[in-house]
Design a protein around this ligand. Sequence first.
Ligand code: ATP
Ligand code: LTN
Length: 328
Amino acid sequence: MARVLSCIQPTGEVHLGNYLGALRNWVSGQHENDAFHGIVDLHALTITETPGLLGQNTLQLAAMLFAVGLDPDVATVFVQSHVTEHSQLGWIMECQVSFGELSRMTQFKDNSAKREADFVSAGLFTYPALQAADILLYDTDEVPVGEDQRQHIEITRDIAVRFNYRFGDTFVLPKAVMPKAGARVMDLQDPTSKMSKSADTDSGLVNLLDDPAVIAKKFKRAVTDSESEVRYHREEKPGVSNLLEILSACTGDSPEALAQQYSQYGPLKTDTGAAVVEMLRPIQARYGELMADPGELQSLLRKGAGKAREVASATLARAQAAIGMTPA
Ligand code: ATP
Ligand code: LTN
């Protein structure tokens, strides 16, 4: 059984891109693999300044992970800061990666540019080192992520190779696995940018907790193009292709086959909105139940952290021994 790990930041509501590009695959993968999923609150801290918000977002995200179908008896779901080994190995990783390598990370370039007037923390820059620690702590074979994370998995491999070369074989080399459908859900108002919670406006962003009427409206207003032909072509028809891909992710039919069934944009928008609403209905109901019982939610997270710590502490000890640090 492959060890699989993927993580998500508690930085606001979970959106359709997160779900189709990541969470849904975590749920289907939990029975085939030994799955670990972290809520990476330390990563979110790179851009969080409001007191109290981080913990609240963490609990809401935990409820959402269980609501979409992660089973606490099957997968290991934990909060990053509950497993202190992440911070400890994170520092060691920072010392294995160069300033130049970190400077080439597109996520850092994008995020720091977006925050030009704001505080750009050093943590935002060293973020990939902490991510490498997340992955390497669990002897991870596979990291299921969206296309946007490919560079972070590559740098993790580079760091692991370098560490193993310097200090002897310690870390398993992970590889990124990209889902076929829904790998990159685009903004409904700007289909050349990925759907993102940090978008300027909310109208192109579908949150999993959005009201059904709001979801339908967002799809009806989705940007397409001035032609009227329904055809699947990512570059020439980004808006239409995004809708076809979302509908495909809901129905299981291929975007090409779905394109054949439509001759106008209107019905494609309506049907895609309706399919998304139906897909989210049971998730929204389960989320409501979980949020009504915070004690239970906390105990599920405590259990996850215990399981995570067992693996993480052994790996950290191995890395410290390989370096030759004095044992405490
Ligand atoms: P955002 O851009 O909304 O802030 P993010 O990339 O910072 O999102 P996280 O919340 O950490 O993301 O993302 C969790 C997972 O969701 C990652 O595996 C990421 O690849 C995936 N993901 C995020 N946005 C999309 C998208 N538009 N399409 C597909 N997958 C996505
Ligand atoms: N950087 C990722 C979140 C993340 C992650 C990880 C993903 C942090 N640690 C470990 C996979 C494995 C993001 O922004 N989506």
